[in-house]
Design a protein around this ligand. Sequence first.
Ligand code: 5CA
Length: 440
Amino acid sequence: MRLSTYFLPTLKEDPAEAQVVSHRLMLRAGMIRQHAAGIYNWLPLGLRVLRRVEWIVREEQNAAGAQEILMPTVQSADLWRESGRYEDYGKEMLRLTDRHGRAMLYSPTHEESVTNIFRQNIKSYRDLPRMFYQIHWKFRDEVRPRFGVMRGREFLMKDNYSFDLDYAGARRAYNRMFVAYLRTFSRMGLRAVPMRADAGPMGGDMSHEFIILAATGESSVFFHRALLEKNPPLNIDYTSNLQQIVNEWMSLYAATDEKHDPQATVVTALGNDLIAARGIEVGHIFYFGRKYSDPMRAMVVGPDGDLVPVEMGSYGIGISRLVAAIIEASHDEAGIIWPAAVAPFRVGLINLKGGDTAIDAGCDALYEMLCRARVEVLYDDRHERVGTKFADMDLIGLPWQVIVGPKSLARGVIELKNRATGAREELSPEALMERLRAKD
Ligand code: 5CA
């Protein structure tokens, strides 16, 4: 992509409305623009990151045995009356009336719709277990939308719903998502800690939030120091029950504010190993048994011929929030530092002397080579001051910068800068291609 024609409205100054670094940098790097309070436009650079995050989430959901579907955002109120949540949800639910005077709503979550799909189509325990997920926009009329896409009113979520015959099955589903989440966040370069949490409006008996530690986080959390060193499991056999892996994590104390009990013996015994911190909730998983299947009569015929309500859970990941959370976890004074897996482009190619025939030709050749090798590259071919080019490239935070100027070109070498470490080296074009083709 050539920057001269790319829509990248970067800002030099910090926007006054942004209180946290991720919001500031997303606005300054031309990733998003506000449409209304808590509602955002995603511009090309931001959308590329959003799609990358979405794709990692999707791959891990598929690997864990979930199947992707897509449900409507605008729904009829009837299903929500069946579950009792039409009244319970209160002012956070955006309510609409269609031209026939029917009550509709913009869905804040999809337990009711997916339960409806299930009960209409699945009748026997032989068709269990099932896991359906979607990646779709939600609307919650939050009292205080803030921090950009971190707490929006409209936001992109991955929401998954599991259906099982009994508690043991539901527990296996919960474990599968627990492990899939550890893998998902780690692939994005994040360390997310699972913490016991309150189930809130989703309801249910067991719930974990996945939290990324950050001073600006809205959640207050308490956990065992050892969790900071724990790495996600590498090779997962999703056909096993995964209980051992999950136990390893759950045996270490970790709780959000609502679940934390400072007087509990497990907590006082921790002494200096107890860490109190702030964090960002990027995922939340719930086991709620028959909370929806009972009132909505989502039943299957069990092995002995009786009708049994299914056991359910739901599992969310805040995809748009993650984009901001990654920035909170990975930036410096100059701008964003994208982990390679979610970077909008892998390489930024900087032409230090746009308009100089030899340099332009050298850069064009490199650009062609990178494109042919399928290395995603953003080529700064603008006729801008060098200082502006460097500042913009640092701001948008691509993992690698390839810098081409008269001096290095005369010597037949190209400068390569690593955005994260700042390390610079000079390489031949062949060595450069080799390096940029590599995995990280
Ligand atoms: N139905 C369940 C799980 S499928 C559910 O809705 N869970 S949730 O309410 O916890 O939301 C799931 C995730 O969405 C949260 O962990 C959070 O990362 C993200 N999220 C929730 N509210 C917002 C918001 N206002 N702005 C951005 N992301 C949000």
